[in-house]
Design a binder for this molecule. Structure first.
Ligand code: SF4
Length: 451
């Protein structure tokens, strides 16, 4: 387990990449998913039109968010759903707790959840029902990917966890057998819980219904068996009309794992007889992001995880190195909005190659926003002085041909005569690389003589 209390992305990545074998299969597994995404996208001739349409619908949503939210609230109330508004995570958690307390519920099942600790402290036992999230919960570790929460774990490690927590045979690591054990265990949990919390993938302003997408049917089991169903949704999850849903459903699973559609796309509109249904509309920094002109497009995200699967930095450094609930390229855009100082390192965890923007189903300009965040973070003074000063020195050198020539000559001389001044443990570039030997002459001189 990686502990990530005070370390930044580079330091946490260093822990992850120590295990070279893990890095290789993590990288390979995610690239395999990226290729599945490509195949599945290429099977649809109108793929690019779908992306354009989804992007345009979301543009409309974020430009008229207040209207759609009020329309959704009115429709949901009309359906008999109780609607709550939460400005931040604390308010959200307090609302969930007050609903459960009023019904004297002490055990709850969640489909996706970040409030376990808060509820545990108040005597409420919470079990994550998504298999990947459940594995992360029993290992006391946060998810490393928004769609594949335990993608960084080997099946043998999961087998070990199951042996410890669920009493399976030692050494059992067959994924099918382990899944059967988890299913049996979770089935009993579903049958005994009176409260269920789900997320929301899409909320339809026109009808007041919301749609939850899972591959395991866990949201349905939780919601249908419970007395109280609480759904938490970020305010950007709104879409205007039901007819828009098909555009997103066709894009979501294909972009996530190359699957034509999520196995369960369940619509929830009103509570069944005897059930209470609550929906919590959560802001938690989204209004602030909406006000940041350069970054408001990030609110179009439908959380497919596609940008993570393709990102060379994510694939090689693992999701836990981002020390944030949402990792990868989109996490690196959303996190500084919440706490710029704490997450100042994340926009730098990118090669800016643009692969993330190329796969994004709603056409978010991810790599451009990462580049813009770097500028904001430097201006706000959240970059450490060594980096700032070295970048300034680099800018001065690169903008002066004479200085560049002198620096090149000096560098080659140093590398030849005193290589340890460059090849040492204080130089982060040298840590995982073989530094080439010094060339006799610069490219410019070579070109002059041979060009
Ligand atoms: S930013 Fe785009 S690619 Fe990344 S998770 Fe969101 S929708 Fe998917």
């Amino acid at each position: 387990m990686i502990t990530n209390s005070i370390k930044d992305h580079a330091e946490l990545s260093e822990i992850f990449i120590k295990d070279e074998e893990r890095v290789d299969w993590h990288d390979g597994s995610l690239w395999w998913i990226r290729q599945k995404r490509d195949k599945s996208a290429h099977q649809i001739p109108e793929w690019e039109t779908l992306r354009e349409t989804a992007s345009a619908i979301k543009d409309n949503v974020i430009s008229n968010l207040h209207q759609y939210l009020l329309q959704f609230e009115a429709s949901a109330l009309n359906n008999g759903v109780k609607v709550h508004w939460a400005a931040d995570a604390e308010e959200h958690n307090a609302i969930v707790y007050s609903i459960l307390k009023a019904k004297e519920i002490t055990q709850m099942v969640t489909e996706e959840c970040r409030l376990n600790e808060y509820l545990n402290e108040r005597g409420i036992d919470v079990i994550n029902s998504d298999l990947g999230e459940y594995i992360q919960q029993i290992d006391n570790e946060p998810p490393s990917h928004i769609v594949l929460p335990c993608i960084h774990k080997r099946k043998e490690e999961i087998g070990e966890l199951f042996h410890e927590h669920l009493g399976t045979e030692k050494g059992l690591s067959d994924p099918t057998l382990l899944t059967r054990v988890a299913r049996k265990h979770l089935r009993n949990v579903f049958l005994s819980r009176r409260g269920a919390l789900t997320g929301v993938n899409f909320a339809i302003a026109e009808t007041g219904e919301f749609v939850v997408c899972t591959n395991e049917g866990n949201a349905d089991m939780g919601a249908h068996l419970s007395e109280v169903h609480i759904a938490s949704m970020g305010i950007e999850k709104i879409i205007p009309e039901r007819k828009h849903l098909g555009v997103f459903l066709r894009l979501l699973a294909r972009s996530a794992i190359g699957q034509p559609i999520t196995i369960y796309s369940s619509h929830f509109r009103k509570p069944r007889e005897g059930q209470e249904m609550h929906i919590i509309l959560v802001d938690y920094g989204r209004s602030r992001q909406l006000g940041r002109v350069d970054f408001r497009n990030s609110l179009k995200c439908i959380k497919c995880g596609g940008c993570m699967n393709t990102c060379p930095v994510y694939r090689k450094s693992g999701g836990l190195s981002y020390h944030n609930t949402i990792s990868g390229p989109i996490g690196a855009i959303l996190a500084p909005n919440l706490d710029m100082k704490k997450h100042a390192d994340l926009p730098f965890a990118s090669t800016l190659c643009g692969s993330c923007s190329n796969v994004c189903p709603v056409k978010i300009d991810i790599h451009e926003q990462l580049y813009k965040w770097r500028q904001v973070i430097v201006k706000e003074g959240y970059v450490d002085n060594t980096k700032k000063l070295s970048m300034e020195a680099m800018a001065t050198t690169l903008s002066s041909p004479a200085l560049y020539r002198i620096a090149g000559n000096a560098g080659r001389w140093l590398m030849k005569n005193f290589p340890f001044t460059i090849n040492n443990k204080f130089n982060p570039w040298y840590k995982q690389r073989d530094m080439p030997g010094a060339k006799k002459q610069s490219f410019k001189t070579w070109y002059k003589n041979n060009g």
